[in-house]
Design a protein around this ligand. Structure first.
Ligand code: NAI
Length: 332
């Protein structure tokens, strides 16, 4: 079994090499993205292992199929970057890691909220410069606030559990409400009502063609002035131009994003000596009430171990015909 591993980072290699000892697959690591520019170079390979910013459109999938690739192994939960229908048509198995650590993402979401609210990132720098003044660091209590959650699957649920612990009231919107959350006091309602009620709004639904730009000028206008908006899900859920406008008019009180629509040009790279050509991210970075992290919500020891373990297990099971068609990891 030979695996071409794209968008490889040093930490990926550490975890996959450690977990591969029990499989002994041949893994070739490439730091480049998988996309149309490189697909034809993938030869003599049984599987490709890809991450959130690899782009597997129909053209790439057709090329992979022609070159004999049988498995696309996503080492993440979201799969909006892979044309699943095309993979089905070309007979390529697509698997993912459906739940490597919902808590990792939920905890990062809370970390971002606490940071942007209590301004600990600014306080840290101030104190290091012997500036012990509190001016400009004023936050608000989370206790008693209304939190709106869009998508209450594994991550949304873990986030809700933490916010209930802070004494928040939760309004949620999901196509499939979760009864166990209703029992804990979560109130499901329409998307519009969640947007209207929330002091803090957190996105935890997958990106689909239907909810692309879920957050746009119209939906922003429904939100409470001063709302804190957090997106740790997928960048395409937010229309960046509209959110910049919402920040300028102060309708959005603070924004935390771990994902960004154009992130494949930026995230996971050290661009500290480059000129950034993306004016929207530069504008976002200029706001004092915007906190950006570079798709790191998943980035814990526990999650990386689980990702490597499940991805290699998925490949092993598919290649030996032991993977059930309806297994949670399978997408085709
Ligand atoms: P999940 O599949 O367990 O839950 C998603 C929930 O969203 C489901 O309950 C579903 O019914 C609901 N949903 C689907 N479409 C919706 C819509 N239009 N409006 C409202 N709800 C909708 O997925 P999980 O594990 O909770 O992950 C959620 C997303 O988080 C992933 O799709 C991925 O994009 C993102 N993610 C981000 C990570 C990061 O490092 N920043 C890491 C892992 C996942």
């Amino acid at each position: 079994m030979k695996i071409a591993f794209f968008s490889a980072q040093p930490y990926d290699k550490i975890f996959f090499d450690r977990l591969n000892k029990s499989h002994d697959f041949t893994i070739d690591y490439y730091d480049t993205h998988l996309g149309p520019h490189i697909a034809n170079a993938v030869k003599n390979t049984d599987a490709v292992c890809v991450f959130v910013n690899d782009k597997l459109n129909v053209e790439v999938i057709e090329t992979l199929s022609t070159n004999g690739v049988k498995i696309i192994a996503l080492r993440c939960a979201g799969f909006n970057n892979v044309d699943i229908e095309a993979a089905k048509r070309y007979g390529i198995a697509v698997c993912r890691v459906p739940a490597y650590s919902p808590e990792a993402v939920a905890e990062h979401t809370v970390a971002m909220l606490l940071t942007v609210n209590r301004k600990t990132h600014k306080a840290y720098n101030r104190v290091r410069e012997q500036n012990f003044s509190l001016n400009g660091l004023l936050g608000f209590n989370l206790n008693g606030k209304t939190v709106g959650v869009i998508g209450t699957g594994k991550i949304g649920k873990a986030f809700v559990k933490i916010m209930l612990g802070f004494g928040c009231k939760i309004w949620a919107y999901d196509i499939y409400p979760d009864n166990s959350l209703i029992e804990q006091g979560v109130q499901y309602t329409s998307l519009e009502h969640v947007l209207e009620e929330a002091d803090i709004l957190s996105l935890h639904c997958p990106l689909t063609p239907e909810n692309h730009y879920l957050i746009n000028q119209q939906t922003i206008n429904l939100m409470k002035p001063g709302v804190v908006l957090i997106n740790t899900s997928r960048g395409g859920l937010i229309n960046t131009v509209d959110i910049i406008e919402g920040l300028k008019t102060k309708r959005i009180g603070a924004l935390c994003i771990d994902v960004y629509e154009q992130e494949e040009m930026l995230f996971f790279k050290d661009l500290s000596t480059n000129i950034i050509l993306d004016d929207n991210i530069q504008r976002l970075m200029s706001f004092p009430n915007v906190l950006i992290t570079a798709h790191q919500a998943f980035f814990t020891e526990e999650a990386l171990k689980e990702i490597a373990e499940v991805t290699l297990e998925n490949i092993a099971k598919i290649s030996t015909g032991q993977m059930a068609d309806n297994a949670p990891s399978m997408l085709t």
